[in-house]
Write a protein that binds this ligand. Structure first.
Ligand code: SAH
Length: 226
């Protein structure tokens, strides 16, 4: 999968992709991640990317030209299945949407700033808009990092069997069961006997029951389709 991220603050994106699973996924060439500095596509001498909002009011708006220049430059060599704009009024990100995006080969992710981007970009150049939650961030970079992390860990070969994404919360509309590690007893706090029993079938049943109970208690909304 190839992911191109367009950002006015590329520094914000360097750390999330330089460690652990996301770093290894790139080293193994399971994902090719490229970050483009929007200012490189600005044609004015101050490298500006934003301007005043028509009609007045507080806050700057990201201009069309640098963003269109960057998107069209990338489209010269690649056909993109989606041009995604991170936006608080977009489709709410969930596991099912991450699963769908993980099947795509080439995507662009556009990070907004200030008051957002010129509306004509949204209607004519962006093909999908995604929000990571009902709150407002200062820029789209952290949201893009969240989207990329949730998608990249689903790519075949990125996670080992032991950490398979299939046993994580939301994959089957259930929350994950509780997990424990050594020691089996710490200050009198014991690990459930069944997990020490060695009975694979009973352990699986216990985990399923725990998942169900936890989902009923914490996220009953997930069970409506169950
Ligand atoms: N004026 C806009 C908010 C702009 S916030 C509004 O009220 O809807 C600046 C940028 O941060 C946005 O362009 C977007 O790219 C990003 N952003 C903010 N909150 C986000 C969220 N919840 N999900 C995804 N991106 C978000």
């Amino acid at each position: 999968m190839k992911i191109h991220i367009i950002s006015v603050l590329p520094e914000l994106l360097s750390s999330p992709f330089s460690h652990s699973i996301l770093k290894r996924a790139q080293q193994k060439e399971l994902v090719n991640l490229q970050i483009h500095n929007l200012r490189d596509y600005s044609t004015d001498k101050h490298k500006s990317v934003d301007d005043y909002a028509f009609g007045g009011g507080a806050g700057m708006v990201m201009m069309m030209e640098p963003i269109v220049n960057c998107i069209e430059h990338l489209q010269k060599s690649t056909v993109f299945e989606e041009v995604i704009y991170m936006s608080p009024d977009g489709e709410l990100l969930n596991q099912s949407l991450s699963n769908k995006i993980s099947t795509l080969k080439n995507i662009i992710i556009l990070c907004g700033h200030y008051k957002g981007i010129d509306e004509r970009l949204r209607t004519h150049f962006v093909t999908k808009e995604i929000s990571i939650g009902d709150y407002v961030l200062s820029g789209g970079e952290l949201a893009a990092a969240v989207l990329c992390d949730s998608v990249i860990r689903l790519l075949p070969g990125v996670l080992s069997d032991e950490t398979s994404a299939l046993t994580d919360s939301f994959q089957d509309d259930l929350l994950a069961p509780p997990v424990y590690t050594r020691p089996a007893e710490f200050r009198g706090l014991k690990v459930p006997d069944v997990l020490l029993s060695g009975h694979a079938g009973e352990i699986e049943k216990w985990r399923f029951d725990q998942s169900l109970q936890r989902t009923q208690l914490r996220r009953p909304d997930l069970l409506k389709d169950y």
